[in-house]
Design a protein around this ligand. Structure first.
Ligand code: FMN
Length: 186
């Protein structure tokens, strides 16, 4: 077996931390027009208070919407809508209505203006508490003000992986999903 390691071009070093779970983040403009952006770079960063971080490049249309409204919703999609997720990550909402284009259904959220996406299984409604410029992206820290999930998909405070197939982004147009076998390493 070869133990040879190959160098990775530094701008692609992040790919060594993929596959990463894909989320669909919703946001709104000043008149309430909705948009959705696909993100691979999101993570929980605090439990109490509950805070999540998303990393969005300033050139994205969604960046300005989140910066101005200071609100966003993290929606968790499954493989049922992987095609729609890719579209929302390749096309800008600056001139298009991505919800209409791919047939996703927006519904009112509980505590923020951006909508939830009905076809997603979980939703974290967030209010921006801090934004940090990090290289060519902006890290938005959002305090979670409401969180809910499809009943059958979340059992005993954990996702039910026998019925849930998440979307993980490998790179470019490639995705992978989880298997149902749970590993408990002890
Ligand atoms: C799988 C996938 C993951 C992506 N992850 C991110 C991300 O984490 N941050 C980001 O700024 N853009 C990310 N993008 C790119 C944006 O989703 C894409 O530029 C989108 O068209 C921006 O939409 P908007 O202009 O309507 O905001 C990703 C794209 C794909 C396909």
């Amino acid at each position: 077996m070869s133990l040879e390691k190959v160098d990775v071009r530094l701008p692609l070093a992040y790919r060594l931390l993929h596959p990463r779970n894909v989320v669909l983040v919703t946001c709104v403009d000043e008149v309430g027009k909705v948009n959705v952006i696909t993100l691979a770079w999101s993570m929980p960063v605090s439990m109490d208070p509950p805070i999540v971080a998303i990393s969005v490049a300033p050139k994205r249309y969604s960046h300005g919407l989140i910066e101005r409204s200071k609100e966003f919703v993290v929606n968790v999609p499954t493989m049922d809508i992987v095609k729609e997720a890719l579209y929302c990550g390749r096309v800008s909402g600056r001139r298009r209505d991505k919800f209409k284009d791919v047939g996703l259904t927006p519904s009112p959220a509980k505590r923020v203006k951006p909508p939830i996406i009905n076809e997603c299984i979980a939703h974290l409604e967030c209010k921006v508490i801090q934004q940090i410029k990090v290289g060519d992206h902006t890290l938005f820290l959002g305090e979670v003000v409401a969180a809910y999930v499809n009943e059958k998909s979340f059992v005993n405070n954990k996702y039910n992986l026998t019925i849930t197939r998440f979307i993980y982004h490998v790179g470019e147009d490639e995705f992978v999903t989880n298997e149902s076998r749970i590993v408990i390493p002890h």
